[in-house]
Design a protein around this ligand. Structure first.
Ligand SMILES: [Zn+2]
Length: 71
């Protein structure tokens, strides 16, 4: 008695696909940190560069919209 054998080949994605995925994950975690856990330090840097508090207000509103504890 013989058992049927099957050979399947799976093509792996190109290495660039993993690099793009890694960049997207890093960006997502960076944004999550900036909105949810940063207490204004990052927005303060952007505020100093832009000259107004628009970035701070946007991140503050996003924190409220997403339901993270704020004040
Ligand atoms: Zn708030």
């Amino acid at each position: 008695m013989t058992t049927p054998s099957s050979t399947t080949t799976t093509a792996l994605p190109a290495a660039g696909a993993y690099a793009g995925l890694a960049a997207a994950v890093l960006l997502a975690f960076g944004l999550l940190f900036a909105v949810a856990f940063d207490q204004g330090q990052l927005a303060q840097l952007a505020q100093a560069a832009a000259g107004d508090s628009t970035v701070h207000e946007v991140f503050h509103d996003a924190r409220h919209m997403l339901g993270f504890p704020c004040h």
